[in-house]
Design a protein around this ligand. Structure first.
Ligand code: HEM
Length: 134
């Protein structure tokens, strides 16, 4: 299995646990006041659902040619996070990924250092793209 396939299998195990996404946001918001304030008015019922969907899209993007139709919502998402809208500083993606991997480690019973690498490698493509559109 390549790293994207390993990631997808792990993501599926994580999402089978109801608190995975909420746990991620708990970790992420505990990271700094700056991050917590960004989500002060967020509806987490919706946010956890749309983030889960975007993680599948990030995995597809990692396998498809840059900005091909398979990238789906990513251009819109990148634009939304850019300085013109949400203004998410590029550095914040490191915190985002660390917390995501930490949450996966808590919720995937089969998690391992190899799987952590698969998560990081798979997400790197979409993150680099989001940063490049800042
Ligand atoms: C590649 C990494 C990321 C992905 C895939 C992602 C995904 C998403 C998605 C799917 C949404 C909802 C879009 C919609 O409403 O249509 C969203 C909103 C948001 N994201 Fe991200 N995000 C990422 C990184 C970050 C980072 C690093 C921050 C930093 C704090 C952040 C802060 C936010 C905020 C504040 C919102 C709006 C929440 C609200 O509506 O109240 N995101 N993100």
């Amino acid at each position: 299995m390549d790293h994207v396939e390993s990631f997808l299998a792990s993501l599926k195990r994580c999402l089978a646990q109801p608190d995975f996404m909420l746990d991620f946001y708990g970790l992420f918001m505990a990271r700094s006041d700056e991050i917590r304030e960004r989500f002060a008015k967020t509806n987490f019922e919706r946010q956890t659902r749309v983030l889960a969907e975007s993680l599948w899209v990030m995995a597809v993007a990692a396998q498809a040619p840059k900005e091909s139709p398979a990238w789906g919502d990513l251009p819109r998402l990148a634009n939304m996070h850019s300085r013109n809208q949400l203004d998410i500083r590029p550095e914040l993606y490191d915190d985002w990924l660390d917390c995501l991997v930490q949450a996966a480690g808590r919720h995937d019973p089969l998690f391992s250092p190899e799987l952590e690498e698969a998560w990081r490698k798979t997400m790197a493509v979409g993150i680099a793209y989001m940063r490049s559109k800042y």
